[in-house]
Design a binder for this molecule. Structure first.
Ligand code: ZN
Length: 322
């Protein structure tokens, strides 16, 4: 079985000069890792860092467009140097090779008048998260809080609405992860593509502001979209704790909940590898076979596991990248 994954931060991790912890590409073949979304993420100078299980962190400061654009060029160069194929079609994915979707996590590097969007599209950009968890010209990201609803701020700006329309026109996926709830519903009302949260979980199981309420899950399901289950322990556990001794069953629990609520066609993986604290039991991409076995042991049959592993992502990409 081979896996397409909704989110990793290998590029930012490499940019910072930190050691790769999870996405060891030389182990991809053995792990069945066929790639997925590779984020270009511009770090905030002072990243929010919860000091206890209950937290309500302020949004980091916005990053000016020119500064973000400068860093994005450096991130893009790192992306281009990865030993992977650029993915611009679902047919680019398959067993035995790694394909990478160029994904912008936070649209800060884009000019608010979108004058450089087509250039990025020509480079292969096929997925944009309007925001990371801070404000920019397009929208406001969800603040990191636990426990909290995702309703932490205002919705899309006029530029943000234009960006969604432009993405629909160009066939760029719009990622809802990190948006606050008002922004989520703005996109849901505007977009004519399936709704996608690349790396978010079920709020009913883990009441983090980063997770999706039942109503949000229902909207994603009704649109034919997909939720990539995030493996970050803080977004899995009912207590929200940053505790690496978290069993794989926590990932299965979210996959089961989402599948039961909105259907097996709408759940996938969105690991957050190299961007967050993972369950020890999983490690990095080498843990995918173990995770697929755990899904099977929970009663997902082979067809269902294949949908979660790659089928649902490929369907949604095919419907979005028109
Ligand atoms: Zn993220």
């Amino acid at each position: 079985m081979w896996v397409v994954d909704g989110h990793n931060d290998l590029v930012s991790r490499t940019w910072r000069g930190d050691e790769v912890r999870h996405v060891h590409l030389d182990a991809a073949a053995e792990a069945g890792f066929a790639g997925g979304f590779f984020a270009l993420f511009i770090p905030s100078p002072k990243p929010p860092n919860p000091s206890s299980a209950h937290y309500a962190l302020p949004l980091p400061e916005p990053i000016p467009t020119d500064e973000a654009a400068r860093v994005a060029e450096e991130l893009y160069d790192i992306f281009c140097d990865l030993p992977v194929e650029l993915a611009t079609s679902p047919a680019d994915f398959g067993p035995g090779r790694v394909a990478a979707i160029l994904h912008l996590e936070g649209a800060e590097p884009l000019a608010p008048d979108l004058s450089d969007l087509e250039r990025w599209h020509e480079r292969g950009l096929r997925s944009i998260g309007l925001v990371w968890s801070r404000a920019n010209a397009f929208a406001e990201g969800v603040a990191f809080r636990f426990p909290s609803s995702p309703d932490t701020g205002p919705g899309l700006s006029a530029a943000g609405r234009e960006l969604v329309r432009a993405c629909n026109e160009l066939g760029i996926l719009v990622d809802l992860s990190h948006l606050n709830e008002a922004g989520f519903w703005d996109v849901a009302g505007l977009s004519d593509a399936p709704l996608v949260a690349t790396h978010s979980n079920a709020h009913a199981l883990c009441p983090s502001s980063r997770n999706l309420t039942d109503e949000q899950l229902d909207a994603i399901g009704a649109s034919g979209g997909v939720v990539g289950v995030n493996f970050a322990v803080s977004f899995l556990r009912a207590d929200g704790a940053a505790e690496a001794a978290t069993p794989l069953s926590e990932i299965v629990r979210h996959a089961r909940y989402i599948a039961d609520r909105i259907g097996i066609d709408h759940v996938a993986f969105g690991s957050d590898f190299d961007g967050a604290l993972m369950p020890d039991e999983l490690g990095g991409i080498a843990g995918f076979p173990k995770l697929l076995d755990a899904l099977g042991a929970d009663g997902f049959d082979e067809d269902a596991v294949a949908k979660i592993a790659h089928g649902n992502w490929l369907r949604v990409l095919g419907e979005t990248w028109t």
